[in-house]
Design a protein around this ligand. Sequence first.
Ligand code: AHM
Ligand code: MG
Length: 294
Amino acid sequence: MQLSDHLEAYDEDLKQVVIRISEVTKKISRGFASRQGVSDSSNIYGEQQLTMDKWADELLIAELRPSGLVKSFASEEQPDVLTFKSSTDIGVTVDPLDGSSLIGVNLAVGTIVGIYRGSVLSPGSEMVGAMYVLYGPLTTLNYCLGDGVHEFVLNDHGEFILQEQNVMIGGSKIYAPGALRRDYLPAHREFIETLEEEGYKLRYSGSFVADVHQILHKGGVFTYPAYQGREQGKLRLLFEVNPMGYIVTHAGGAASNGEQNVLTLKPLSVSQRVPVYIGGKKEIELVENLMKGE
Ligand code: AHM
Ligand code: MG
């Protein structure tokens, strides 16, 4: 089954947004070979943008701005929320290319999208959908519009074909821990040591979208915690944490900042960072209990 057929039951405007973005990601998937360089600009986080980062961002804007489908658009590569002419109330957040520091070594990277009705500065629990596309040996697309997580694979004819309906998080023991061990805060250290004592295997590539995708299928936990010198962690609430947290939650998992469900946080700014734990309910419960000092 093709993506457009699978989306049939949803509101037309939401369906069209997912389809339009999926079309852009097909172009992105074909753009890597000719865009391997570094651009001459930085984003608002002071990170140097790669040619691919900038191009993917510009492509999303160029396709969504005239589409009439999206009213507000926030991107990890843009300082402000952009407003487009539209009769809909749909807001989208995008990380055009997450994990882009891995492009130069040919590891998997992805595009992450959050979908809202109204302000993109709403808590993640108010999202109406999220999706991500992973550019690996295969290009896959996972979406959720509030009713299960569904996975598609890009075939040789350039069509996204259903690969797995209602993806549910697995039960394997995998952990993907960001940050340096020497900077861990005490409760986080205890969490990681507990996982290691319980035989969790290390699987960390440096691409959030790829690492969470693996955990979605196999189980376990991804974390980029608060650490000494960076108490807010590294990853961005709007662009990375909320959409992936929404998807993993709808697949039977959970997402927390260590203290509470990340989807309940009211964003303070588009560029807000949060510590994050995403994975199985068991692992998220464990870290929240350790943070409470239990
Ligand atoms: P990016 O959006 O600029 O690629 O940054 C986010 C990435 C995540 O994909 C990944 O989990 C993390 O940064 C890796 O950071 P580190 O290199 O510190 O492990
Ligand atoms: Mg990112």
